[in-house]
Design a protein around this ligand. Structure first.
Ligand code: HEC
Ligand code: HEC
Ligand code: HEC
Ligand code: HEC
Ligand code: HEC
Ligand code: HEC
Ligand code: HEC
Ligand code: HEC
Length: 470
């Protein structure tokens, strides 16, 4: 791309012409749009007035950043097209935005968001591409995660990869991601990006219901009751200074707070990772690989800087205590034992084939960690008791005791009559299952709990019944 950053110039312009920058959709065109952009407008103003109207509403318009400044392409670019005497491309990649927004670009590239397109080898991808089918992945997975954009002759884009504004899109210029995943064109309005609905395009549903969790949390309740007090259109948006009614997703994960700048790395305030079967601290994998990253303690300290605008430190510390305990309960009682048993079944060749998702136990284990296992952890992380309980731990318990354990027992008994290696493997799994069910927190199901524990529960039950009899 052969563009020049005109930011310094436009800041000068902003100082000199505040009326132009702060005006509304029908501002007068300042005369210093580039000649190229003026020429684009000659056609596009009449061809697609809706698109141009949004651009006129944007801060880019106020700063004289026009069509040409974003869409101009180098003839050598993979997706360059000849267009009425100009060389343009449809895709405006993060690398293009970076010419004027380098800090945002650098933070974004370092984040998990930029890597969201790298899902090819995942178990979920087998589900999407194989068990379901490729067209489902094009219109499903990849609209959230990002497609690898393929260019046809003349700069046209392949329909199996475009339109796409998935978070980790793989662009023709080799860059990762899409700024338009959050900054919809052509208003590129920060107000849109700050709302929970923006993140909710992707962060919802049975395996990561952050949007639903937020809606049922005290924070979401306060947000929806007070949208008019959220000051969403303000140019500066620091919690505690510019608004105080409620935090949004962006407030906690990205936006500035007192003594802390905006970040475009959404992982930089998170201490656990709640996506894998077994949760670990977010820096654990990097430490293991010998890489230096921001520690989980520093990330948590930064999140607390957001909370501290509205809560005391003891309130927030106690919350983190509850949260850590819930994640550890999930890990130690269900996830680690189920994962160990499942891996032993696989290692002993007791699951019939190497193909994923052709056996019941494979679906059971997947749902246990990927669906309810995530919901329980995420509900706790963001203050939604119903997701923690009924959509979370309740369903984990049901899946574990009523499906996983019986299915493992069936596999064991089906293999005990077979050849020597299978009998040996089945006995190993059997021993592991017994060990698990003899963990103190699983003893209730075999009736092996100490008598005083049983008695205390019976007594409590009787008292509870009496309450209703009166
Ligand atoms: C002579 C009129 C004309 C001029 C000048 C012009 N455009 Fe276009 N442009 C069009 C029309 C018409 C379309 C296609 C609309 C359609 O297909 O529905 C289009 C399409 C596009 C597309 C989408 C292409 C695609 O394949 O999806 C982009 C991007 C674009 N123009 C950018 C620009 C830029 C940037 C400039 C200025 C450098 C410019 N245009 C100048 C008329 C023009
Ligand atoms: C700040 C950068 C920026 C500016 C300024 C800008 N665009 Fe775009 N434009 C984009 C992005 C981003 C996309 C979406 C492509 C992508 O996802 O990479 C896009 C998409 C388009 C498309 C395809 C849209 C569709 O829905 O078919 C057209 C046409 C287009 N722009 C024309 C224009 C015209 C005309 C102007 C000037 C009035 C303009 N753009 C100004 C960034 C910009
Ligand atoms: C040629 C330089 C240039 C390019 C390229 C550019 N921008 Fe901007 N952008 C600016 C300037 C200048 C401002 C206005 C700053 C201000 O008003 O304070 C701005 C403002 C913004 C804002 C703040 C909007 C608000 O409501 O506060 C966002 C978001 C943004 N740009 C996103 C993007 C994205 C995404 C791209 C790429 C698709 C992009 N920009 C490409 C120069 C550019
Ligand atoms: C509605 C949007 C959406 C769809 C559709 C979707 N995902 Fe996701 N996916 C997400 C989000 C959001 C996350 C991150 C959740 C979190 O961090 O809590 C995620 C997480 C993942 C992860 C974990 C990544 C990691 O770093 O641990 C994989 C792998 C994955 N998705 C693959 C897929 C595949 C394959 C499909 C299609 C079968 C798919 N996803 C469909 C939004 C989506
Ligand atoms: C996950 C969503 C998300 C993505 C992806 C994203 N942004 Fe942002 N961006 C935001 C939010 C939210 C804000 C507003 C934060 C605030 O003001 O509190 C913002 C603000 C901005 C601003 C205004 C900064 C300021 O100091 O006022 C710019 C410029 C910007 N983004 C550029 C980009 C660029 C360039 C990319 C791609 C490299 C990008 N963004 C990707 C969510 C996103
Ligand atoms: C276009 C889809 C999409 C949108 C919009 C989106 N995300 Fe994400 N987000 C994802 C995907 C996909 C992942 C998982 C990436 C991976 O690990 O492969 C993810 C991961 C995350 C993570 C985990 C990061 C980490 O380092 O573990 C956080 C936090 C997050 N997103 C917050 C947000 C917030 C806040 C917003 C809105 C301001 C947002 N996201 C908007 C798709 C999206
Ligand atoms: C009040 C602050 C707050 C709000 C509002 C909030 N979150 Fe979170 N979020 C958190 C905390 C705290 C965690 C757990 C952090 C940790 O592990 O230390 C978290 C964790 C996450 C994760 C990590 C999941 C993973 O896979 O590891 C994602 C993704 C996420 N939030 C997205 C969102 C989205 C999307 C919204 C809005 C719909 C949102 N958050 C609203 C505070 C918030
Ligand atoms: C902009 C202000 C604001 C920020 C920032 C904020 N909260 Fe809150 N929080 C509230 C409000 C308002 C309530 C509702 C209080 C009530 O019930 O009276 C609340 C309630 C809570 C509750 C109680 C939930 C319930 O169901 O009773 C917890 C726990 C909590 N916040 C934790 C946090 C944590 C942890 C953070 C930082 C990650 C945070 N908050 C950030 C304003 C905020």
């Amino acid at each position: 791309m052969m563009k020049k950053c005109i930011r310094a110039f436009s800041i000068l312009l902003i100082l000199l012409m505040p009326a132009v920058v702060l005006g509304t959709a029908d501002r007068i065109v300042p005369d210093n749009l580039t000649d190229e952009t003026k020429s684009c407008l000659e056609c596009h103003q009449t061809e697609m007035p809706g698109l141009v109207g949004e651009w006129r509403y944007s801060r880019h318009y106020g700063a004289n950043v026009g069509c040409f400044e974003c869409h101009a392409a180098d003839p050598k670019d993979a997706d360059a097209m000849d267009h009425n005497g100009y060389t343009v491309s449809v895709i405006v990649s993060p690398k293009d935005c970076a010419e004027c927004h380098k800090p945002e670009f650098d933070e974004f590239q370092a984040s998990h968001h930029a890597d969201a397109g790298k899902i090819l080898g995942s178990l979920d991808n087998v589900l999407g591409e194989v068990v379901e089918g490729p067209a489902a992945a094009v219109s499903g997975c990849k609209q959230c995660h990002g497609a690898e954009i393929k260019v046809l002759s003349g700069g046209m884009l392949d329909k199996s990869t475009w339109p796409n504004s998935g978070m980790g899109r793989l662009n023709p210029d080799g860059s990762k991601g899409s700024c338009a995943a959050c900054h919809s064109r052509h208003s590129f309005d920060a107000a849109l990006a700050r709302q929970p609905e923006n993140c909710g395009k992707c962060h919802l549903g049975p395996d990561h219901p952050q949007k639903e969790i937020y809606e049922e949390s005290k924070h979401g309740i306060a947000y929806y009751a007070n949208i008019d007090r959220m000051n969403l259109h303000s140019s500066s948006w620091t919690v505690g200074l510019d608004y105080s009614a409620a935090p949004t997703c962006a407030t906690c994960h990205m936006s500035p707070a007192k003594d802390m700048p905006l970040t475009h790395d959404v992982g930089s305030r998170i201490s656990w990772t709640l996506r894998p079967a077994v949760s670990q601290k977010i820096d654990a994998a990097a430490i293991k690989a010998g890489k230096q990253v921001k520690s989980w303690e520093n990330r948590r300290a930064d999140m607390k800087k957001v909370c501290s605008n509205c809560h005391t430190s003891s309130y927030v510390d106690n919350f983190y205590g509850q949260y850590d305990n819930a994640v550890e309960l999930y890990n130690n009682k269900f996830a680690i034992p189920a994962t160990d048993i499942y891996n032993k079944l696989r290692a002993g060749n007791l699951i019939t084939t190497d193909v994923n998702f052709d056996d019941e136990i494979e679906w059971t284990y997947y749902l246990l960690w990927h669906h309810e296992g995530r919901r329980a952890r995420m509900g706790t992380a963001m203050f939604a008791p119903d997701y923690t309980q009924w959509h979370g731990f309740f369903e984990i318990a049901e899946r574990f005791y009523m499906e996983f354990v019986p299915q493992v027992e069936d596999i064991i008994s089906a293999n005990l009559g077979k050849d020597e290696t299978r009998v040996k493997a089945a006995n190993e799994v059997k021993a592991l299952l017994e060990k698990t069910l003899n963990q103190p927190d699983h003893l209730w199901i075999s009736g092996k709990e100490p008598d005083e524990v049983k008695k205390a529960r019976l007594k409590a039950m009787e008292e509870f019944k009496k309450r209703y009899a009166e």
